[in-house]
Design a protein around this ligand. Structure first.
Ligand code: ADP
Length: 275
């Protein structure tokens, strides 16, 4: 059965408009994101990952092309509608330190609460549910500034869960975390996408983890553009090797993972032994 996409991107060019003209970042992109899937956006720094995420989230206008979310053009969404459709988790530390975790997660309900932000019984249920889904019950009454980076990231994700949107975007949610915390965050997002039929799209530099724990991958490069597919499709097409064609890195097709080129290490050792 053909999957129905949550987000449809057609002929999209992202970038920046200023008085000197347009600066195009990603050109003529056709791609889709699906419910119940975790999709990872991979690419070197400066490739245009944040620009794309910001464009799909409606924070900046496309230079040209078309984005459709849940069957409606993105351009037709009001700010309120968008906040009920997409939650966004950014990399920067939140400037929301002087509050406890429960209150911060409660801010995820802002699109539903009135001006004063008072939480109804329904809102409180959503907050409790998000705290439980993110597995942060023991952190509930901790002050945000006392949390470790990994704990804070889980809290920001719980805030996105509390927003109860069909779509979640995350800009490098695993950056600056130790390895076990990265795995924990990836597993949390993967299971949330699958259990709750959410469309989750995240940028990351954690290649191996993206390959093992995502349903679909978008490869992005300034020169090569964007290629999308499942991990297996991108290996079969040779794109995985092409996009990460760097000295010192080998792609092992058999197990589908990147490895350090040990011949390179030997060469370097040989050179230093002979100095
Ligand atoms: P990534 O997230 O993959 O590191 P970005 O989307 O941040 O890449 O940047 C892509 C390109 O857009 C880079 O060349 C960057 O310098 C440029 N860029 C980012 N922000 C702006 C801006 N506000 N105005 C003009 N160019 C920008």
């Amino acid at each position: 059965m053909k999957q129905v996409e949550t987000i449809k991107v057609r002929n999209l060019t992202t970038g920046y408009r200023n008085s000197k003209g347009d600066k195009c970042v990603t050109r003529c992109l056709d791609a889709s994101l699906y419910p119940g899937e975790l999709t990872c956006l991979l690419g070197p720094n400066g490739a245009g990952k944040s620009t794309l995420l910001r464009t799909l989230a409606g924070f900046q206008k496309p230079l040209s092309g078309f984005v459709e979310i849940a069957g409606r053009p993105l351009a037709d969404y009001s700010g309120k509608d968008l906040a009920r459709t997409i939650s966004v988790v950014l990399t920067e530390k939140p400037l929301l330190d002087n509050m406890d975790v429960e209150t911060l997660v409660g801010l995820g309900r802002a699109p539903y609460t009135g001006f004063w932000g008072r939480l109804s019984v329904r809102d409180k249920d959503a907050v409790n549910n998000a705290i439980s889904l993110a597995g942060i019950e023991p952190l509930r009454y901790r002050m945000v500034q006392s949390l470790s980076d990994g704990e804070r990231q889980k809290v920001m994700i719980a805030k996105a869960f509390a927003q109860e949107t069909p779509v979640i975007f995350l800009d490098e949610p695993t950056a600056f975390l130790d390895y076990p915390s990265k795995v924990e965050i990836m597993l949390l997002l993967y299971s949330f996408a699958h259990k709750m039929e959410k469309t989750i799209f995240m940028s990351t530099h954690d290649l191996d983890m993206a390959m093992q724990l995502s349903d679909r991958i978008w490869l992005m490069d300034k020169k090569l553009g964007v290629k999308t597919g499942t991990h297996e499709e991108l290996i079969q097409s040779g794109d995985m090797e092409l996009y990460f064609d760097n000295p010192g890195i080998l792609f092992d097709k058999a197990d589908g993972l990147f490895k350090i080129d040990l011949k390179k290490k030997e060469e370097l050792r040989f050179k230093s032994d002979n100095i």
